[in-house]
Design a protein around this ligand. Structure first.
Ligand code: NAD
Length: 257
């Protein structure tokens, strides 16, 4: 599959799934724009490394996805895009009565509202080009729930709803909008949950991985960032032109249970 000449913006892509998606899209020939809010030398070096490895143009643009204006500025500073991957996300785990309001607001802003703002800013340019692919990185938690993740589950269900709506709004155009729903992927976001869970259940790291995290993932394996990147690249291909307004699970069977 060739994405040569296309430009992809991937939000939250200095780590984990976003970085994996950026690498796979670059391997398929797309120019890539990496993003986070940190603006470090390492962030710019990641873009340089992708450019060196694949020969595409790769840039890093700093923008805070918790702020609607910044989301829209990212699209403007990149000069628009053919492919938009809304991936930036954070997590917080707590029972609802103890869930800090600030964490609720941040999760809704970064995991859900940012995709509204970037999509709104990018879609006119896609219409002008006659091609557009919007891929939202949702979660198995966009289709099912778990306790103590109220904000995350609400945001991920919200992004599945946004995906369906944009799929319908663009159904007669050469633009698609889909959500990818990963199960557990061993990234820094998941690593950060392991120590608390070990403490909470008095379990070893191995037990937490096998009996808590992968308990609902029938394959008993983490999905990989390369598999997520490959799924996004497929959604950008001509073969996927009639796939829109829907979800693709990459969850080892979780949502079949
Ligand atoms: P990660 O922590 O490795 O990456 C998160 C990315 O978001 C980082 O690049 C970070 O810089 C960026 N980010 C956070 N706040 C930001 C902000 N305010 N502005 C700009 N960027 C910001 O986590 P990950 O596991 O790679 O998660 C990526 C996405 O995949 C998230 O939306 C997450 O919900 C989703 N997801 C992850 C898993 C998993 O098991 N890892 C499963 C399902 C869904």
């Amino acid at each position: 599959m060739s994405l040569t000449g296309k430009t992809a913006i991937i939000t939250g892509s200095n780590s984990g799934i976003g970085l994996g998606v950026a690498r796979e899209l670059a391997k398929a020939g797309a120019h890539v724009v990496l993003n986070s809010y940190t603006d470090t030398d390492e962030d710019h070096a990641l873009a340089a490394e992708i450019a060196k490895m694949t020969g595409v143009d790769a840039r890093y643009i700093s923008a805070d996805m918790s702020n609607g204006e910044e989301c829209r500025r990212l699209i403007a500073d990149a000069g628009g895009c053919d492919i938009l991957v809304n991936n930036a996300g954070i997590q917080h785990v707590a029972p609802v009565q103890d869930f800090p309001s600030g964490k609720w607001d941040a999760i809704i802003a970064i995991n859900l509202s940012s995709a509204f703002h970037t999509t709104a800013a990018a879609i006119t340019g896609m219409r002008d080009k006659g091609y557009g692919r919007i891929v939202n990185i949702a979660s198995a938690h966009g289709l099912t729930a778990s306790p103590y993740k109220s904000a995350y589950v609400a945001a991920k269900h919200g992004i599945v709803g946004l995906t369906k709506t944009i799929g319908l709004e663009t159904a007669r155009e050469p633009i698609t909008c889909n959500a990818v729903c990963p199960g557990y992927v061993l990234t820094p976001l998941v690593e950060a949950q392991i120590p608390d869970t070990m403490k909470e259940y008095d379990m070893s790291r191995e037990d937490v991985i096998e009996n808590v995290m992968l308990q609902r993932q029938p394959s008993k394996e983490f999905a990989t960032v390369e598999q997520l990147g490959g799924t996004v690249a497929f959604l950008c291909s001509d073969a996927a032109a009639q796939i829109t307004g829907t979800t693709i699970s990459v969850d080892g069977g979780w949502t079949a249970l």
